[in-house]
Design a protein around this ligand. Structure first.
Ligand code: GAL
Length: 409
């Protein structure tokens, strides 16, 4: 038995004698190798407390899973607990009274003081009540690089996006795909967002995403962004994979130079036995702008008309934020904990870079999911999917983007 599991078992025996052993179905979209290793930590901790974890993994991306999760809740077939991203994805479910109020757990465990940054708890709060348990902080603004690929091509590992672009011809000459990219709108939108932060900068990005300022979206800084995205599309033209983890695998195996992807990619490097700083490198803010967003995952608990289930849901919410689970889960997932009072000295070099940015307090951004409604996000993802799979010009893409931002909410 691992130490964390032992601790959980001991805590559960002492602290929770009143709660019956419970069987809860938990839905999520963690199906890659790294993600499965991380979710196993949650299941193990839950079962160590004498409960049963019924795993409801939904294969594919969040884009596939979310509509399934939401339609089950709306359609009267709710799971007991589910992953969603921090932000506005559950807004309508909360308004409809379909999610369990966790305020008593939040108060008993002092979440208002310990959850860091506070925006994560704010994203769970509606009209003063708490409806989700924040689980982790994931950021999207990372460029992951294969040392092997650059060594084979005989060039230095890039230190930023500009060097990455400059090194691409040498990689191509060596038969290596410069940029691995999964052909799905949400991944292409991550690349777009990463390039935006790196090239247009935080203020312009916030003006567009948070303030919905279409003039900034139409301006020269965004023209430079769209041109850079068109360059990225060129660098990824020989990348034929769909899933994000298959794109990460191209970097792990040195078939590609790099990937623009969230820090969950770390879970894949870890499962493959690769070491940050030795086998692969990571550049937050693409090495140009040391910023990260604080998106990630939270757990929501649909209302189920049964007191024992409700008690078990509250118990699980408490467990997810507990120090032991925060450490075990986040080390496996490559994400950062939602509380600052846990020991993450075991974190690898890349996680340490993320922790340093988080601790500095500068360079912390809201995630796209926090700033834009789901409807507007999906419109941008659809535009990106079309752009990356066609020869749409940068100018046309920018014009379409300006239209979306003009009516975004
Ligand atoms: C994100 C989620 C991460 C990771 C990623 C890829 O939405 O926050 O935990 O799983 O999707 O599946």
């Amino acid at each position: 038995m691992k130490l964390t599991t032992k601790l959980m078992a001991a805590t559960a025996l002492v602290a929770a004698p009143a709660v019956q052993a419970a069987e809860l179905e938990v839905t999520h979209w963690w199906t890659s190798g790294g993600e499965a290793a991380a979710v196993a930590e949650l299941a193990e901790a839950w079962e160590a407390a004498g409960n049963t974890w019924i795993d409801g993994a939904i294969a594919g991306s969040g884009g596939t899973a979310r509509p399934i999760i939401i339609s089950r809740i709306i359609g009267g077939d709710p799971m007991a607990a589910t992953q969603l991203n921090h932000g506005r994805q559950a807004e309508e479910l909360i308004e409809a009274g379909l999610l369990t109020d966790l305020t008593e757990v939040a108060e008993a465990n002092n979440w208002a003081e310990i959850i860091n940054p506070p925006s994560l708890l704010e994203a769970c709060t509606f009209e003063g009540r708490v409806y989700c348990a924040p689980l982790n902080i994931h950021s999207a603004q990372w460029l992951w690089l294969s040392r092997d690929a650059y060594e084979t091509a005989g060039v230095d590992v890039p230190n930023d996006w500009n060097e990455f672009v400059a090194a691409a011809p040498a990689l191509e000459e060596a038969g290596i795909v410069p940029l691995a990219m999964g052909q799905q709108g949400w991944q292409q939108n991550i690349a777009f967002g990463d390039i935006t932060v790196a090239i247009a900068g935080v203020d312009n990005m916030l003006a567009v995403l948070r303030d919905k300022d279409a003039d900034v979206a139409a301006g020269p800084e965004y023209t430079a962004v769209f041109e850079a995205v068109a360059t990225a599309r060129e660098l990824a033209r020989d990348s034929n994979v769909q899933d994000w983890n298959l794109a990460t695998n191209m970097v792990i195996t040195g078939q590609a130079g790099g990937q623009l992807m969230g820090d969950w990619a770390q879970g894949e490097f870890q499962v493959a036995g690769q070491v940050a700083g030795e086998d692969y490198e990571c550049l937050p803010g693409l090495g140009l702008n040391q910023v990260l967003d604080t998106g990630g995952d939270a757990f929501y608990f649909p209302v189920i008309d049964d007191e024992e289930t409700r008690a078990a849901q509250l118990e699980m919410a408490e467990m997810l934020v507990s120090p032991e689970v925060q450490v075990a889960f986040n080390l496996a997932k490559g994400s950062l904990p939602v509380r600052g009072d846990v020991d993450l000295s075991a974190a690898n070099d890349c996680m340490q870079k993320g922790l340093a940015i988080l601790a500095s307090g500068d360079g912390i951004l809201p995630s796209g999911d926090m700033a834009l409604s789901q409807d507007s996000t999906i419109q941008v993802e659809d535009l990106m999917a079309e752009f990356w799979s066609s020869d749409m010009s940068a100018a046309d893409a920018q014009e379409r983007y300006v239209d979306i931002i003009s009516s975004a909410d």
